[in-house]
Design a protein around this ligand. Structure first.
Ligand code: AMP
Length: 256
C-alpha cells in the first residue's frame, strides 16, 4: 500500500462521501486525534498536511469539501451544498447545520486507525457542541485542540503568497515553501492556484468572521482543559517540530 493509496482512501471518503476502507491504513501505532484552531493564514493547513504525511493521520478539512463541490456540476449538488458554495466564495461562514450534516455524513473518517487532524471544523460554538456529541456517540476521544498563534502582519504576508494545488489540495507558499517547479504541485503535478477565498476582499471578511465566530472557541476548549497553544512562527518544519513537542506526539514511538 503506497502513501498515495493510503491517503486516497480517506480523501475520497471525505471529499466525495464515499465508503472508507479502514484496512487501507497500515499505521500499526497509536491514533492521534486533534482539532486545529487559528486565524486564516496562520499555517494550520500546512501543519495538518505534515501531520497527515509524517504520522499517517487523515487530514479532514471542511473547506476542501466546499472547494471540491464547486468543481462539480451544480445539478449533482444538494441545494444546501449549492448555497454553501456561495457563502464560501464571499468568505462568509457556511450555516452551522449544513457543515454539521456534512461532517456527520462522513463520520466513518473519524475512525481512520492512525487518527485524524480536523482542519477548519468546528468553527463556531454550536459546531463544537455538535462535534462533541458526535465524538461521544462514535465512542472516540480527542487528544487535544491545537491553537496556532501568529502576529497579524505575518498572517497577511503568508496569505498573499499561498498557492494551493487544484487537484490534491497540497498547500505551498511562493517564498516559505515553494514547489520544485514554479506553479506545479510536487505531489501530483497538478496546477497551483490562488484560492478564491485568498483574494484580498475575501481575506478581510474571513479575518472579521474569525474574530466574531471562531475566537470564542478558544475559551470553549480552554474551559474543558483541551487547549494546547502553539506559536506558528518560523518555517513549516519548525512549527511541526514544536507541535509534536508541545502536544506530546511521538512518531513511531520516538519523539518526532
Ligand atoms: P478554509 O479552507 O477552512 O479556510 O474554509 C474555506 C471556506 O469554507 C470558509 O471561508 C467558509 O466559507 C467555508 N467553511 C469551511 N469550514 C467551515 C465551517 N466549519 N463552518 C462554516 N464554514 C466553513
Amino acid at each position: 500500500m503506497t502513501t498515495r493509496n493510503t491517503k486516497q482512501a480517506w480523501l475520497d471518503a471525505w471529499l466525495q462521501a464515499k465508503p472508507i476502507d479502514l484496512n487501507a491504513c497500515k499505521c500499526g501505532g497509536r491514533a492521534y486525534r486533534f482539532v486545529l484552531l487559528g486565524a486564516p493564514g496562520v499555517g494550520k493547513g500546512t501543519v495538518a498536511q505534515m501531520m497527515a504525511e509524517r504520522l499517517g493521520l487523515a487530514h479532514l478539512a471542511t473547506g476542501d469539501i466546499f472547494r471540491a463541490a464547486k468543481s462539480l456540476p451544480a445539478a449533482s449538488l444538494s441545494p444546501a451544498l449549492q448555497e454553501a458554495i456561495g457563502y464560501m466564495q464571499r468568505g462568509e461562514l457556511v450555516p452551522d447545520q449544513t457543515v454539521i450534516d456534512l461532517v456527520r455524513e462522513r463520520r466513518a473518517c473519524l475512525h481512520w486507525p492512525a487518527g485524524f487532524v480536523l482542519d477548519g471544523f468546528p468553527r463556531t460554538v454550536p459546531q463544537a457542541e455538535a462535534f462533541e456529541q458526535l465524538m461521544r456517540a462514535e465512542n472516540l476521544a480527542l487528544d487535544g485542540v491545537l491553537n496556532f498563534e501568529l502576529p497579524i502582519e505575518t498572517i497577511v504576508a503568508r496569505l498573499g503568497g499561498r498557492r494551493t494545488c487544484s487537484k490534491c489540495k497540497a498547500v505551498y507558499h511562493v517564498v516559505n515553501m515553494p514547489p520544485k517547479v514554479d506553479g506545479i504541485c510536487d505531489n501530483c503535478g497538478g496546477p497551483l492556484i490562488i484560492r478564491e477565498d485568498d483574494r484580498p476582499d475575501a481575506i478581510r471578511v474571513r479575518m472579521d468572521v474569525y474574530q466574531k465566530s471562531t475566537a470564542p472557541l478558544i475559551e470553549y476548549y480552554r474551559s474543558r482543559n483541551m487547549l494546547i497553544t502553539i506559536s506558528a512562527e518560523g518555517t513549516p518544519d519548525d512549527v511541526f517540530a514544536r507541535t509534536c513537542k508541545t502536544a506530546g506526539i511521538r512518531c513511531g514511538g520516538n519523539p518526532c
